[in-house]
Write a protein that binds this ligand. Structure first.
Ligand code: AMP
Ligand code: MG
Length: 179
């Protein structure tokens, strides 16, 4: 079975009370085999459907530019490419830091009327990490990296860099995850 360590970035606004719908603008993922060896990476930007102009807040948070998004394909196209890349006909497990990423995938699939069955095989590394380490509550990716003595490499809040960093935490605890 392959492990798909993934991280999404989405449209966002500084004002948390906004009723704007967040949409995925980047899928970053690392594919590991059962021994934790990296097989491949996936990194694609996505052009949102509802709000195509990124907020200043979102650009600053993610470092994703308007040009990145303008040039990108829409969610329906990119998610198909992502599912092909995962190879959903073979055994796989989606792994993310928390449940946000799975929920955001569901939202975007619903927005485009796409099936969500492929999201079923998913675990939250964040919640399992807290259990493994006996923490009182789940902690952020940055905190877990520090706890592992690992460096936060690349740019935090870029999907591909977050996925690579989460993959390092995953590998450091390879035998501990409940699949
Ligand atoms: P992350 O994987 O932590 O980079 O976050 C994924 C997405 O969650 C981001 O692309 C934003 O849409 C949203 N997000 C993360 N942090 C914040 C924040 N401090 N304020 C608003 N939205 C955020
Ligand atoms: Mg991220």
């Amino acid at each position: 079975m392959n492990y798909i360590i993934l991280d999404l970035e989405a449209t966002c606004w500084e004002d948390k009370s906004t009723r704007m719908q967040n949409e995925i603008i980047e899928i970053g993922a690392v594919k590991l085999d059962e021994q934790g060896h990296q097989i491949d990476e996936f990194c694609e930007f996505i052009k949102p459907k509802l709000n195509q102009q990124l907020s200043e807040f979102c650009k600053k948070l993610t470092t994703i530019t308007q040009t990145d998004i303008d040039r990108a394909d829409t969610y329906d196209v990119v998610v198909e490419a992502f599912k092909d890349w995962i190879d959903i006909d073979e055994p796989y497990l989606l792994c993310s830091w928390g449940v946000y990423d799975k929920k955001q995938f569901e939202k975007d699939c619903n927005l485009y009327g796409l099936d969500t069955d492929w999201l079923y095989y998913h675990i939250s590394l964040k919640h399992q990490y807290a259990d493994i380490k006996g923490l009182e509550r789940p902690i952020g990716m940055g905190g877990a990296l520090r706890k592992e003595g690992l460096k936060l490499e690349g740019t935090h809040h870029r999907g591909i860099d977050d996925a690579r960093n989460i993959a390092k935490i995953f590998k450091a605890n390879l035998t501990e995850w409940e699949v």
